[in-house]
Design a binder for this molecule. Structure first.
Ligand code: TEU
Ligand code: CA
Length: 551
């Protein structure tokens, strides 16, 4: 660990999905003015950075991950003036803004694609990836889109197929074209000059692809392009850059985020997510959570990036189910398990990311009809699974467990209609539990999940051992308990957490025994860790010790 940690190694990031956060004008869609009106809430939570999911001009085929103009704001979200005001108002509260850089693909309405599709020799044709039909006049390869169907669509005017790894309205950009890369860097610098704190980079592991060899993720030129991007844009500035990389391993994470590599601050990895997916039906077939397998992944990442690179830490985001529903208990032990998950995550080594609503223990949404869903992936996959012979009931159970819309229902501010998110009709229904689970019900309650998040985020600011201390796992094979230490100079923190709704009796290894000070706990607990103890359902605590005991 370098002597002086970077600012982003000490920070906590909060992700906002603008469409669902706060609606200022009653049109049912969250907007930038709504975010500005909630900045005091975020300051009080203690976060340092906001990651804004895309706010750029877009036909919203994929809720803004299909950008038609990188240098303008979608009218439903506001204007560039609103954005500048957000940056300024956030800065007054010590908060930086991360933009979501979606540069693997654009919208089919982007002017580059509109030009590219006009003729085979159109000036910007090569900004995208075109191939002749296969001999049978079908798609050039059998590559599939993440959202279902082939990743190739025939454009009748020019008789060639274009590549789209997501929807057919999200054509993939051709990163092998240097003019395209220069345009992207120019655009990034334009945003950097507006005072942003950095970028979250959408599916960045896909930009170096070699599609003719069938290589999409982690392609041969990926790291060349990232180093070039770094040199051409944020290299000279002190920004936070985090790449979304579903293909990342601890080994490749060192290539992205190694100290002397000149690429990114860190990546989001998903091994702990995909590990929980079904072999055939993927995330659309719920599987019980396996703590031992989960800990194996976390340990590999914590230890693999101990000396170089840096971890990002998250339970959820706008593509994933609600943390408490996935990893905890969203029924009887919702409060206990949400605090337990928060405690486990925030004491790990890395930069924590809190997804909107996680800090109040928002849960998955119990939609009963496919018509209640809005997400393109969920809607397409419903058709695909039914066509493959699966029952609607089985698919719906999978959607209730893992649809991206679980994360996208309106932020629950109060017990008012639609959770106080809008005075109009929200673009997607609010979770009916907003009458119980909301910010207003928790803001003045010291025993709330929200208070627990405030405390954890505050502790990270003051405890160097929490920021940069070494990670040491314990009880790796225990099926119910996660246990680890953080160590820095003479300081030591022990974290113990029960991931089940039953009491767990534990014999503690010597390394974890001692008498210290309780930093946080979700049940009454003394700082005395003797030979044996019982953890209550979803109990978690962190205890600080002055020095390492012998033995
Ligand atoms: O997600 C990448 C991605 O692959 C996800 O769609 C994910 O694989 C899927 O939800 C799992 O089933 C990013 C964005 O986070 C997502 O919101 C976008 O839809 C996608 O890229 C395309 O830009
Ligand atoms: Ca609005």
């Amino acid at each position: 660990m370098p002597e002086n940690a970077a600012w982003w190694q000490k920070s906590t990031v909060y992700q906002i999905y603008p469409r669902s956060f706060a609606d200022s004008n009653g049109d049912g869609i969250g907007d930038i003015a709504g975010i500005v009106s909630r900045l005091d809430y975020l300051r009080d939570l203690g976060i340092d950075v906001i990651w804004l999911s895309p706010i750029f001009a877009s036909p919203m085929d994929d809720n803004g991950y299909d950008i038609s103009d990188y240098q303008d704001i979608a009218p439903e979200f506001g204007t560039l003036d609103d954005f500048d005001r957000l940056v300024a108002e956030a800065r007054k509260r010590g908060i930086g803004i991360l933009l979501d850089l979606v540069v693997n693909h654009t919208s089919d309405e982007h002017r580059w694609f509109r030009d590219a599709r006009t003729a085979r020799d159109a000036p910007l044709r090569d900004f995208y990836i075109w191939r002749d039909p296969a001999p049978d006049s079908g798609p050039p390869t059998d590559l599939k889109s993440v959202f279902g169907g082939p990743a190739w669509t025939l454009d009748p005017l020019t008789g060639q197929y274009y590549l789209h790894q997501f929807s057919r309205r999200q054509p993939d950009l051709n990163w092998d074209n240097p003019d395209l890369r220069a345009e992207i860097y120019r655009m990034m610098n334009w945003w950097q000059d507006r005072g942003i704190a950095g970028f979250r980079m959408d599916v960045i592991d896909l930009i170096g692809k070699d599609v003719d060899k069938g290589i999409t993720a982690d392609g041969p030129r990926l790291h060349d392009y990232l180093r070039e991007m770094h040199r051409s844009t944020f290299g000279g500035r002190d920004l936070l850059t985090v790449g979304e990389a579903w293909s990342a391993t601890p080994e490749s994470a060192l290539l992205y985020s190694g100290r002397d590599r000149g690429e990114l601050s860190m990546v989001f990895q998903f091994e702990h997510v995909t590990q929980q997916w079904h072999e055939t039906w993927g995330k659309w077939q719920p599987k019980p959570f396996d703590l031992v397998a989960f800990k194996r992944v976390i340990d590999r990442w914590q230890l693999g990036l101990a000396d170089d690179g840096w971890n990002s830490l998250f339970w959820g985001n706008h593509d994933l189910p609600r943390a408490v529903s996935k990893y905890g208990d969203d029924g009887q032990y919702r409060v206990e398990s949400a605090k337990m998950l928060a405690t486990v995550l925030h004491f790990l080594r890395g930069t924590p990311y809190v997804y909107q609503g996680e800090e109040i223990g928002m849960t998955n949404v119990p939609f009963q009809r496919i018509g209640q869903y809005r997400d393109i992936e969920t809607l397409n996959m419903y058709e695909e699974h039914l066509a493959a012979g699966r029952s609607a009931a089985a698919f719906m159970a999978g959607a209730r467990a893992n649809s991206r819309d679980n994360a996208r229902t309106p932020m629950q501010w109060s017990a008012e209609p639609h959770g106080g998110f809008t005075t109009g009709t929200p673009w997607i229904e609010a979770n009916p539990n907003h009458d119980r689970i909301n910010v207003a019900a928790q803001s003045d309650d010291d025993a709330s999940i929200l208070a627990c998040y405030r405390r954890l985020i505050g502790l990270r600011k003051t405890l160097p051992v929490m920021q940069t201390g070494r990670y040491a796992p314990h009880l790796s094979d225990h099926p119910a308990v996660m246990a680890y230490e953080r160590l820095l100079d003479g300081e030591r923190i022990v974290v113990l957490a029960n991931f089940t709704g039953a009491d767990v009796h534990l014999d503690l290894p010597d390394a974890l025994k001692g008498t210290g000070k309780v930093l946080i706990a979700n049940y009454p607990r003394s700082g005395d860790l003797g030979a044996a103890l019982t953890l209550a359902p979803f109990e978690a605590f962190a205890i600080a010790f002055d020095s390492k005991p012998t033995g």
